[in-house]
Design a binder for this molecule. Structure first.
Ligand code: UD1
Length: 375
């Protein structure tokens, strides 16, 4: 009898993680029957459909269509709509990835029904409880039966929290599986630039650019912080032009706080969120990436591109100790210091961490085959 696993996705960063896992599960000899459930946390075409299409993720078997809301609304709505789906299919386990609201919501519903939870990307800690994702990570790990980690240090974080090491497996990074699988399909930066209307800026971009992404509530929800960061970016853009695909949350805040005019003072190409292949192409050829994303810290490390992280901490310390990442927060002086270091000395060389080799999903499928009877 094949093992029935219900795989959960909800938000953009989940999609890159689930793609290689679904591919492994759907192989004939996997011994696994998988179903994909999308909570609908991210629903815009540019936040969802572009990723499903490009990454070859099968259409979800179930879409809960929850949409946006406060954390409580979103989390509770997912829980309410998820329960009957679980009752209807009765999987042997559910598999959740990452740290978004969909991750904890579904994990909580399953565990209370006695259905084991498998957590991919377990044990990452920023030790910053003001981040909603940190709460989601800690709680999901506590209730998971089988925990797959991307870096060795994650196991120490988990055992400190009382989690039995027998439940933890170091398998590597599924985000990097996806990155490796898609490098050949990356859309070149010049192709993406050709879609930008501002001709003058395009010719600037072709001789080198910085890539920026920004969406953390701590950076974009407080007007003074967002303004300080954008002002610093305008300064940077006078040295090197900036490409800035804007997350819907950030676009909303820029409008609300009247910061469009400020951005227009710089050489900044703003655009809607990009598909995976477009962003990968832009990352590969960027001189430097400035971001507050979790995944991009890892992807730049894998690509060997300097990354300046606009956060006070990271749950992915290996990108700093081994990779190309520098943590600077939102202080303009620190941002400029790191930026100048890249412009003058090329930034950190870095190396690719252990088991970020494109085969994490394969290890996950194998381990589930071996462990599912134990959970
Ligand atoms: C969520 C995740 C975060 C992840 C990020 C990547 C949580 C707690 N946070 O944050 O970890 O890094 O996704 O994108 O789960 N919106 C749209 N269209 C969409 C999706 C969202 O317009 O398709 C708007 C919403 O209306 C809302 C805002 O974007 O105003 C934020 O969306 P939400 O899913 O609540 O959180 P993110 O900030 O995207």
């Amino acid at each position: 009898m094949p093992v029935k696993i219900m795989c959960i996705v909800g938000a953009r960063p989940n999609f890159m993680k689930i793609a290689p896992i679904m591919r492994e599960f759907n192989k004939n000899d996997s011994g696994i029957t998988a179903r994909l459930l999308h909570t609908g946390q991210h629903y815009d075409a540019e936040m969802k459909a572009a990723f499903f299409d490009q990454l070859g993720i099968p259409e979800p078997d179930v879409d809960l269509g929850v949409g946006s809301g406060t954390h409580a609304q979103q989390t509770s709505e997912i829980m309410k709509r998820f329960e009957p789906e679980l009752d209807a299919w009765t999987p042997n386990a559910i598999l959740v990835v990452g740290d978004v609201n969909s991750t904890i919501a579904c994990a909580l519903v399953a565990v209370k029904k006695g259905i084991p939870v498998i957590h991919v990307e377990a044990g990452l800690r920023s030790y910053d409880r003001e981040m909603p994702e940190e709460i989601n990570r800690v709680l999901t790990d506590q209730i998971a039966s089988l925990l797959f980690t991307t870096e060795k240090d994650a196991e120490a974080n988990l055992t400190r929290e009382g989690i039995n090491s027998g439940r933890i497996r170091f398998v590597g990074n599924v985000m990097i599986d996806t990155l490796m699988m898609n490098r050949e399909k990356a859309v070149s930066a010049s192709q993406t630039f050709s879609r930008i209307k501002d001709g003058g800026l395009v010719s600037d971009l072709t001789s080198g650019y910085a890539l920026v992404t920004l969406h953390r509530p701590s950076n974009v929800d407080v007007p003074a912080v967002l303004e300080r960061i954008l002002r610093t970016l305008v300064g940077i853009s006078h040295r090197i032009p900036i490409v800035f695909p804007v997350h819907p949350r950030t676009r909303g805040q820029i409008d609300k706080f009247n910061l469009k005019g400020l951005l227009q003072q710089g050489r900044i190409a703003m655009m809607p969120p990009l598909g995976y292949h477009e962003l990968l192409g832009l990352m590969e050829s960027a001189k430097v990436v400035l971001t507050d994303s979790g995944g991009i810290q890892e992807e730049t490390t894998a690509l060997g591109v300097p990354c300046i992280t606009l956060r006070e901490n990271t749950e992915r310390p290996i990108t700093v100790t081994q990779g190309t990442n520098t943590i600077v927060g939102s202080d303009p002086e620190k941002i400029m210091l790191a930026f100048n270091e890249v412009m003058e000395n090329g930034g950190k060389a870095g190396r690719v961490p252990e088991l970020w080799d494109g085969r994490a999903a394969e290890r996950i499928a194998r381990e589930i085959g071996k462990s599912i009877k134990l959970v």
